[in-house]
Design a protein around this ligand. Structure first.
Ligand SMILES: [Zn+2]
Ligand SMILES: [Zn+2]
Ligand SMILES: [Zn+2]
Length: 386
């Protein structure tokens, strides 16, 4: 029932930005949510609004576990599991388009912030926009360069080129080595095959087309595009935009990790496992866990969890703890932690104690073959039976 209440809450929310969306408040209830509670998208969009009076009794409504879960599922689909803002520069508005997928207004930032306080999302500075001090509601500004002596905008960037081989030096006005047509040095006539390697740029400066003045630093102004005036860079105001990244995310932005996942998946399927990537698994407690790789043998019904952790400072106890919770709750036949990082002291004992198999190798082909070894040994040991 609270689904409808919340839908109504959405409507009231836009008018009352200070009203906290209690729907995202309680993380424990999010993970205790029954899986069938998630609201289909069509339902969200088409449900009629009922009984407006209920909406303002904020103490009485239950958290919307379904919306939070839905949002988490949507974030999991994103490549780096990060919700990035969309900026309308002219109108000075910030959007998070993903919010529309859970039936929220796209500018309802507070529901993202609520997930931050719940410990589900990490909030990071995405951009610092410099905005006009007089019109801070418009985000669109551009950089303009002016001549310091006559204030003309007709400023040209010039530089020197040096042909390393023969030592010939010229300025870009006289002979532009970057021009495709100028493939031969005018001095030694040799062909320039690789600009980056053969040409040095020893100096760079500006020149004004109007007064011919040469200078090292042009005057830099910011230009308020909507209201068409300049302002000083130091007088500009900052607007900070934020991105939101799903915490404890096992999907690495590192493509190697994604590659290894795909390879592991293939490997497991080769052993007749039904293997899945980045899947939500409900444990014995009813809590839902995010598992990078989960596979179940089609022949024996035995299961395996594979976690991938890479830490520049090495795998430590806290990495283990984060694995331990889902491991104990889901209780699979085997649990692997694979990593290209080092294993810190004490972690091995902990892993052994809880039956977590550690595989630490320098590169992922080695990891793959160790996993293959492990799975094939397990496969043959049980003779296909438990
Ligand atoms: Zn302005
Ligand atoms: Zn000038
Ligand atoms: Zn030359």
């Amino acid at each position: 029932m609270f689904r409808k209440k919340l839908l109504h809450n959405d409507a009231s929310f836009e008018k009352k930005p200070d009203h906290k969306l209690s729907g995202f408040r309680d993380i424990s209830s999010i993970f205790k949510a029954k899986s069938n509670e998630s609201v289909p998208e069509s339902d969200v969009e088409s449900s009629p609004v009922e009984k407006p009076s209920i909406m303002f009794e904020s103490d009485s409504f239950k958290p919307s576990t379904s919306k939070a879960v839905k949002l988490i599922q949507e974030v999991q689909k994103l490549t780096d599991r990060t919700i990035k803002p969309f900026v309308d520069y002219n109108e000075g508005r910030l959007f998070y388009p993903i919010l529309s997928k859970i039936g929220e207004a796209q500018d309802n930032v507070s529901c993202l912030d609520d997930l931050v306080s719940d410990g589900i999302l990490d909030k990071k500075i995405y951009e610092k926009l410099i905005v006009c001090p007089i019109h801070p509601d418009t985000f669109s500004s551009s950089v303009r360069l002016y001549c310091p002596s006559c204030h003309s905008m007709g400023v040209e960037k010039l530089n020197l080129f040096e042909h390393k081989k023969c030592g010939y030096i010229t300025d870009s006005n006289n002979f532009d080595f970057t021009d495709q047509a100028n493939s031969n040095c005018p001095s030694c006539k040799k062909q320039i095959k690789n600009f980056e390697k053969e040409i040095r740029v020893p100096a760079m400066w500006y020149q004004c087309n109007d007064c011919s003045e040469k200078f090292d630093n042009a005057v830099i102004k910011l230009h308020c595009r909507k209201h068409e005036h300049d302002f000083d860079t130091n007088s500009g105001q900052f607007v900070t935009t934020f991105s939101y990244k799903l915490k404890n995310s096992d999907i690495s932005i590192n493509s190697d990790t994604n590659q290894i996942k795909d390879e592991l998946l293939k490997l497991l399927r080769g052993f007749n496992f039904d293997a899945k990537l980045n899947i939500s698994i409900k444990g014995k407690s009813g809590n839902i866990h995010e598992i990078p790789i989960y596979a179940k043998s089609k022949t024996t019904g035995e299961s395996i969890l594979i976690f991938i952790r890479n830490q520049p400072t090495g795998i430590d106890q806290s990495d283990m703890n984060s694995i331990l919770v889902p491991k104990l709750d889901i209780d699979p036949t085997n649990t692997l932690l694979v990593t290209v990082s080092e294993i810190n002291d004490g972690v091995e004992n902990l892993a052994q104690h809880y039956g977590i198999h550690l595989i630490s190798e320098l590169d992922f082909t080695q990891i793959l073959s160790r996993v293959e070894e492990f799975v094939s040994e397990w496969h043959s040991k049980n003779g296909g039976k438990k």
